[in-house]
Structure formats: structure tokens, C-alpha cells
Design a protein around this ligand. Sequence first.
Ligand code: HEM
Length: 433
Amino acid sequence: MDNQGKKRGRKSITDFLVHIHPPTLPEETLRFSLSWGLGGMSATLVFLLFATGILQLLTYEPSIDGAYESVRAMYSQVPFGGWIRNIHHWSANLLVIVVSLHLLRVFLTGAIGPGRRLNWIIGLVLFDLVLFANFSGYLLPWDQLAYWAVTICTSMMAYLPGIGPWLSEIFRGGTVVGQSTLANFYGLHIAGIPGAFVLLMVWHFWLVRRSGGLVRLQRDEGPAERVPTVPNLIVREAAVGLSLIAVVLIVSIFWNAPLQELANPGMSPNPAKAPWYFLGFQELLLHMHPVFAICVVPVIISGLLLFLPFWPGAVLPGGEWFGGGKRGKILAIWTYVAGSLFTVLLVILDEKLLRSVGSKTGTADVFTRGYFPLICFTAGSVAGYLLLVRQYRFSRGEAVMAGMVLGWAVLVALTVIGIWFRGPGMQLIWFGG
Ligand code: HEM
């Protein structure tokens, strides 16, 4: 290629990059501590998932007679097949964590106010899509882990009032998990969900671009010192993206994605657990009435998340973590620690003193297992909010932030208990199960 051709090639790459980014951006938004590169990491992981997913299609067989063997063949017969599967698996699981942190970062740096509200909502849909993509892929290897996790989750779905049994049957393609379920999940996993990802991600990026890049320091509203996107941002994005790819590729050499024995509908493992990212809700199911754990609580959480950017004064000042002050940071740390400890205490109390875990009468009682805990939690949250705002003079944004941090602390604690501290019969392993 002559010099002229090389220059033209370089210009078209620059033009493309400028299309998905603003041509210039405020210098202050380049600092790594603002975004931690989490949005870019999410995009990198989605890219890895698409690439390795397409490659797996060359070997994978979407039938209950062939799926399991085709996955085993990736390790024994296909050059690099096992490695590709491992990359897909670790990227998918890491994406759940990275995208959760990205959600928290945009909230905690006040990047959800006017001009960014729609992007917050699209982000919430993307978050659900990440979970759904993981869940639909979970069944595809057709091993014991996959079969029973999907059986549990589709049974959990059936608790939704009214539409639950119908929805669960639609997903399963019948009354039990079988060939139709595998066909449904396969179709969603390789076509429906990736299609939705492409559309929503393009929209998401375009909205970031339309709002002039990342959120700026609110207390610094003067004209921004702007620098060109290429090379300033591109070099940073490439460094983060390539380092992440390197880490995932190396981890995937040493750690295989799990694959248990072939699915056996006649023999349920004990304990039978949902995938780890749903274990917080499976844990909640042990303590609350199913309709509350599976429907009421998630609906309230989703409603609050959607409403947040529109609640006057509830969004933290933009461009700084925890609202900028030291007090906000300390409040967040203490709320997290107290929320985690409180959750662990409540779980132990419910299991050991009230002895209701697993007891049929306990889980079926709508008042003591549904309304009562919900009313207590809501009353406690309102009292906590009023205390922070009236007594300790925190701003509304800081008090709402404490609520968000508390919610995550509870969810993470429940998930950790579900993953590591539940043994046979879903008893707490700590007590000898
Ligand atoms: C596959 C999932 C996602 C991808 C690939 C993605 C990607 C990105 C990227 C690359 C950026 C710009 C850089 C950065 O902030 O790090 C961004 C910004 C943003 N994202 Fe996401 N995101 C995803 C999910 C989410 C979720 C779950 C939320 C929240 C519910 C969200 C809300 C936002 C908002 C509000 C911004 C603008 C931030 C600002 O102006 O400072 N995104 N996203």
C-alpha cells in the first residue's frame, strides 16, 4: 500500500471512532477514577461473547440427545474449542459483575440526571438483558447443573400471580424442561437476545455521545477544556479493553467452565440451586412468601430504579463520587457494612430461632412471610431516610444513595449466603446442615 492509501485507511478508522464518540470531549472526564472504564469493559466483554459465541455454533448441537456430547467434543476434538467455551463462560459471568458495578458507578457519580435519564432506563433494560442472556445460555450444555437450575428458575417464575404458570409454560415449551425448552432458549440466546443487544448498545452509545460524553463536574460548570477524542480517549479505551481481553484469555487457559454429568430429569442434585446471579432471590424465597420474593420485591425495586432520575433532588451532584463530600462517602461505607451484617443476622435468626426456613406453613403464610416483613422493611427505610435528612442534615440525594447502597448490600449478602453457605436441603452449612 502506498503512503496515500495508508493515510486514507487511517482516516477511515478515525472517522469510525469519531462516529461512536463525540469528536472532542471535556478533558476532566478522561480521568479513570470517574468511570473506572466499566462501560468500556462491558462493551469489550459483549464483543468477546459475540466472537466466541459464533465460533461455538460450529460445534454445538441444539438437541437434548446431542448438546452434551457436542460440548464435551469442544474439549476433546476441536482445536481450541474448550478454550473458546471457557472464554465465553468467564466473559458472561464477569459481565454480570462489571455491568452491576457500571450501574452503581453511574448512580454514585450522579450521571442519571436530566439529559441522561433515557440512557439510565436503556441501561436498566441492558442489565436485565445481561441476566437473561446468561440464564438462557445456562441450559445449553444440557448437564445436571443446567437442567436443574433452569427447572428451579422456571418453577420460581410460576409463582408470579396470574401470568406465572402461563409464562413458565411458554419458556419451557410445555410442563417440564425438555427439547422444546432447549429449542426456545437456544433461539433466544443466539438470535433474539444478541439482536436486542446490538440495538440497545448502539442507542446507549449514541445517547452518551449526544450528551457530550461522560457527566461533568456540576460545581465546575464553566466552559470545558476540550481535547480531541482521537487519540486521548481511544488510547485509554484500547489500554483497558486489551488488558481485559488478555486477562480473560489467560484465565480461560487455566480454569475450565463447569460441565457436570449429562442431565438426568429423574435425579435432582441436593442442594438444587439457581445460577449464582439469581441466588439472592432464591435465598429470599426461603424467608418470604413466594409471591413477595419473586414478584412484589422485584417489582418494587424495578419501579424505584426507574423512578429515581425523575425524583427531584434525589440525584447526586454530577461528576463526583458519593455527592462529593467526605460525609457522603462515610455514609455509603457504613450503610454497606451495617446492611450486610443486618442481613446475615436476620437470615440466622429466621433459620435458627423462628425455624421457618423450609417449613411449608412458614413459607405459605402471606401475612407473616409477606406483608409483615415488607411493612417492617419499608417502615425501617422511611424512618432511616427521615433520620438522615431531618436529624443528620444529609441531602435528599445522599439519603437516597444510602437506600441504594443498602439494597445492594442486602442483595450481595443474600447471594453470598446462597452460593457458599447453603448445603443439602438448603440448610445453612455453618450449622452442620
Ligand atoms: C451491556 C451493558 C452495557 C454496556 C456495554 C454499557 C456501555 C457504556 C459505555 C461504554 C458508556 C460510556 C463510558 C462509561 O461510562 O464507562 C456508558 C455510559 C453510561 N451507561 Fe452504560 N453500558 C451498559 C449497561 C448500563 C447499565 C446497566 C446502566 C444503568 C442502569 C447504564 C447506564 C449508563 C449511563 C447513565 C451512562 C452515561 C454515564 C455518564 O454520562 O457519565 N449502562 N455505558
